[in-house]
Design a protein around this ligand. Structure first.
Ligand code: ADP
Ligand code: F6P
Length: 355
């Protein structure tokens, strides 16, 4: 019944790209077409929506993309979209191209754009796509698993040369608002320490541990630092060498881990959430973000997801909680507590097995 209302939907990727976005695009396009709905590719995120950079995608136009990193629809940051004129153009193009609803893949900025479009009459569903895994409402975002696996492979290589030269390497990894890449990498590579913004870093204790381990004959050391602690990685590189006498090098992986062929996990996640998003949209639902929780695909209202995110990151603004019932707020607090407890447990594990 609801399917008849949707003749055509659009799909876009926005903000920082992430491996697995192509799997999600493919899944959205093929799910829509299988249900008798056309799918328009909106290129370069919200910029393409404003400029009318929009083309019909068929089953074959998403062939052979699931194994590629990046996004075949390209991405962009488009501040103009936040203006009234930008939104007017975007809505006009939706009408011009017959787009009845949109699946938007990206991070929290992209979600805000999706909410604005929904409020202006174009129902949207959002998918979490960012290597940082900094979206509170989902356990995993598309791209995180690939980025961490790439990071691990690169650190393993660094360790080889550190061992040969009896050195320490301080590695800075991406993650502006979240230390997930740094923390999971640290555990998986057996790092000596990890510095992230979420949990205070005891530099003196780490230096002491390094000194003691070196005295006992340990040759190589890896320390992982998240970019969320700006400038710290380079500073720590100097400090380690000065205070412990261990020759220390610095490496910044940056965007290189944002590319590459997606892992099984990211292909699965992209494929699952893509199909789920189209199903919800065609059922008449909107302003949702599709999440993975404990292995299940679920949805959450974008407005609630954005406030949950601010709650988790301690960035709540006055009045943020006013529109929610006390029970909902209590559930949100409980969710944030459980999420942080699990994160802290991983941090403690990283520390425990680091020496
Ligand atoms: P991400 O989606 O990865 O968080 P950005 O924050 O750069 O990346 O957001 C991507 C795009 O989403 C922006 O370039 C802009 O077009 C749109 N966007 C961001 N913030 C908002 C907002 N507050 N309202 C509407 N659109 C927004
Ligand atoms: O996609 C997330 C992210 O890679 C962050 O980790 C990083 O801080 C940021 O994007 C870099 O953005 P840009 O692509 O604009 O350099």
């Amino acid at each position: 019944m609801a399917m008849k209302e949707f003749k055509r939907i659009g799909i876009l990727t926005s903000g920082g790209d992430a491996p697995g976005m192509n799997a999600a695009i493919r899944s959205v396009v093929r799910t829509a077409i299988s249900r008798g709905v056309e799918c328009m590719g909106i290129y370069r995120g919200y910029r393409g929506l404003i400029e009318g950079d929009i083309k019909l995608l068929d089953m074959r136009s998403v062939s052979n993309i699931i194994n590629h990193g990046g996004t075949v629809l390209y991405s962009d940051r488009c501040p103009e979209f936040k203006t009234e004129e930008g939104m007017r153009e975007a809505i006009a193009n939706c009408r011009r191209f017959g787009i009845d609803g949109i699946v938007a893949i990206g991070g929290d900025g992209t979600f805000r754009g999706a909410t604005d479009l929904t409020e202006h009459g174009i129902p949207c569903v959002a998918l979490p796509g960012t290597i940082d895994n900094d979206i509170t409402s989902t356990d995993y975002s598309i791209g995180f698993d690939t980025a961490v696996n790439t990071t691990i492979e690169m650190v393993d290589r660094l360790r080889d040369t550190c061992e040969s030269h009896a050195r320490c390497n301080v590695v800075e990894v991406m993650g502006r608002d979240a230390g997930d890449i740094a923390l999971e990498t640290a555990i998986a590579v057996g790092a000596s320490a990890v510095a992230i913004k979420e949990i205070p870093f005891d530099e003196a204790a780490v230096l002491e541990d390094l000194r003691i381990s070196r005295e006992k004959g340990k040759r190589n050391f890896i320390i992982v630092v998240s970019e969320g602690v700006p400038g710290y990685a380079e500073q720590l590189t100097k400090t380690v060498e000065e205070k412990t006498g261990i020759e220390t090098r610095f490496a910044r992986f940056a965007h290189v881990v944002r590319g590459g062929s997606p892992t099984l996990r990211d292909r699965m996640l992209g494929s699952r959430v893509g199909a789920y998003a189209v199903e919800r949209l065609l059922e008449g639902m909107s302003n949702l973000v599709i999440c993975e929780r404990k292995g299940e695909i679920v949805s959450m209202d974008i407005g609630e997801a954005l406030i949950l995110d601010r709650m988790y990151k301690d960035k709540l603004k006055d009045g943020d909680l006013e529109k929610f019932a006390p029970e909902t707020v209590a559930n949100m607090r409980d969710f944030c507590k459980q999420k942080f407890d699990a994160f802290k447990k991983l941090y403690d594990l990283a520390y425990e097995i680091s020496r």
